[in-house]
Design a protein. Structure first.
Length: 144
């Protein structure tokens, strides 16, 4: 079984003060135990770093600690899938066809990765956003 984790789930799993930490961590532990293949979009790696290194928590997550969290927790476990330039153009065209603008394109890139990887499930804390972008994949989108 292949499960793609959205950035929101990975951040929640790695940041203990996050309100949904325990739910996300439970799924992350299953991935580390090899219960399923963890898929991550290459875009998610950059997004995780940006979110972790600016998250308003105390103590602050420094850029070095953000890298360490990703390097030690995600890199050894996840299959990181990259998109091609044609995947990017197709994603933007799809967003245009759906009439969806703005930052939702970043979720759409994660959806494109899910489609490319033929995942069984996408775990996200933004279920409704993902369903709007990928209505035909609605049954595969779930919260942890």
């Amino acid at each position: 079984m292949k499960i793609l984790f959205d950035t929101s789930v990975l951040v929640a799993a790695l940041v203990q003060p996050h309100p949904l930490h325990h739910r996300a961590l439970s799924w992350f532990r299953k991935a580390r135990a090899g219960e399923f293949e963890l898929i991550v979009s290459s875009h998610t790696i950059a997004e995780m770093y940006a979110v972790l290194s600016t998250l308003p928590v105390s103590p602050r997550i420094t850029p070095g600690l953000a890298w360490q969290l990703i390097h030690e927790n995600v890199e050894p476990v996840a299959s990181v899938i990259s998109l091609s330039s044609s995947d990017y153009f197709a994603t933007i065209k799809r967003m245009s066809d759906l009439g969806i603008s703005g930052g939702a394109v970043y979720d759409a890139l994660i959806v494109k990765t899910a489609q490319k990887s033929v995942v069984d499930r996408v775990l996200t804390l933004n279920v409704n956003d993902f369903k709007r972008i990928w209505p035909e994949g609605e049954k595969r989108i779930a919260a942890p």
